[in-house]
Ligand binder design. Structure first.
Ligand SMILES: Nc1ncnc2c1ncn2[C@@H]1O[C@H](COP(=O)(O)OP(=O)(O)OP(=O)(O)O)[C@@H](O)[C@H]1O
Ligand SMILES: [Mg+2]
Length: 196
């Protein structure tokens, strides 16, 4: 369970105690349980008719639907500091600020749909609201924005790879996020397929 891929967020002991299954011994078993939970969460998301998704209630609800069968802290903001992310005290205010900005970009047509979704994704994982599952949550959230608000195709994040394992696609993704942290979105736009 300890062999995390590059750019992953390690859990602390309290967070590990939130695991709803006691018999898990390997990362593979955990991945499997999370994957099954995510399938159910994505079915919930696909059925959802409400287009009002740019608010913190939806952000937490989506995380709960994706991870709530496996982790007791799913849908709750993290309380501990991680190697990435804002101070836990500022998560709710930073997230609300981001969601308001994205709403503004949508309303004003500031960027094209994919650029909006890419900027949203990056800033959401940068805030890192939850103890874990931020990458997956923020990828599905960005896709929900594209599909439900813009009625366009989702982003091809994996590009034929498994983005949760260490491979060249994951490496490109993490490096592009780090460049975006420094204000340069070029690689991330290339990664998500934004016309530039
Ligand atoms: N320097 C960075 N800047 C912004 N975001 C980052 C950075 N490094 C990693 N990330 C994001 O954080 C995610 C890892 O966080 P976490 O482990 O909470 O999510 P996860 O869903 O378990 O990850 P994944 O599914 O990608 O393995 C990465 O997938 C990536 O989206
Ligand atoms: Mg993780």
């Amino acid at each position: 369970m300890i062999d995390y891929p590059e750019g992953a967020t390690p859990l602390d002991l309290d967070e590990l105690a939130g695991l709803k299954f006691s018999h898990i011994t390997t990362r593979g078993e955990l991945d499997h349980l999370e994957q099954a939970n995510i399938q159910n969460g994505l079915r919930w998301l696909a059925r959802l008719k409400n287009r009002d998704i740019l608010n913190d209630q939806f952000a937490r609800k989506l995380h709960l639907q994706l991870f709530g069968e496996v982790w007791s802290w799913a849908g709750q903001y993290r309380l501990t500091e991680k190697n990435i992310g804002v101070d836990p005290l500022y998560i709710s205010v930073k997230l609300r600020e981001l969601l308001d900005n994205v709403q503004y970009w949508v309303d004003q047509d500031t960027f094209n749909p994919k650029e909006t979704a890419t900027r949203f994704h990056h800033q959401l994982v940068y805030i890192h609201p939850f103890p874990n599952g931020n990458g997956r949550h923020a990828r599905f959230y960005a896709d929900a924005l594209l599909e439900k608000l813009y009625s366009v195709d989702r982003i091809d994040w994996s590009g034929g790879y498994d983005l949760q394992q260490m491979n060249e696609r994951r490496q490109q993704y993490i490096h592009a996020l780090r460049a975006a942290d420094a204000g340069d979105y070029t690689s991330l736009f290339e990664f998500t397929g934004v016309d530039q």
